[in-house]
Design a protein around this ligand. Sequence first.
Ligand SMILES: [Mn+2]
Length: 279
Amino acid sequence: MRRPHLPTLAVIADLHGNLPALEATLADLERAQPDAVVIAGDFVNRGPQSHAVVARAARLGFPAISGNHDTWLASLAHGVGRPEGWDSPWWTPARRASEELTPDDLAWLEALPATLRVELPGAEPALIVHGSPRHSREGMGRMLPDATLAEALAGVEERTIIGAHIHYPYERWVGDQHAVVIGAVGCPFNRDINAQYGLFTWDDGAWRFERRSVAYDHEPLYEAWRACGYLDDGSLASELMLLEHRTARTQYVPFWDWAVERGLPLTRENFAVFSAERD
Ligand SMILES: [Mn+2]
């Protein structure tokens, strides 16, 4: 007897201005043929192609939500919330990325909802979030204690909550709720440089999570880095973001935290010390 069709859902997120990674993911979705595709935010920033990724994603027409980088860059583009030293090389990637967003890009990003409920025939609904149901910057990863996650999920009626934000795949159960974090398409932090996303199949009363990891040629990404100009003023922040693409490991934020904790300036010399201490 043929098995009946099982509902399938793909969730992709954290594109972060990396068009080659998005294209590789789309090619893999062509092979997987899920019933639905949802994009769970962070289209922009970090990578060199924020405008190109937003323009491509907008044309795809998949349901989508916004991530913390999308709302942040949109407000920066309007001159709101600019950090101290905004014109310095440290802020070059965010400054250049926010400048390259067109009025259409901004209107599209700003119209995205924060969360989205997905309902497919024959399956339970799932809630798509960027971080957690209550905040786009609260990732549901291993650093979030169970008790805090339970608070974040209080009042959420869906049993399956699918998020992103932390850039590595992770899943756990809290009570009868299943929290899944998909990996990142454009900027993974799990030392796997492939484009990663989640493919979900409704089987035997639950959404089963399959981690997809799609190899792609990184040379066009590095070429985009050379062409975008974010490295031209010697911006260390830009170099760290490129290094994140090369290593699939978080560099920028932990170095920042390390330097602030010690009252040290964000210099190459200090990054070398940080890197040596960390390994
Ligand atoms: Mn992100």
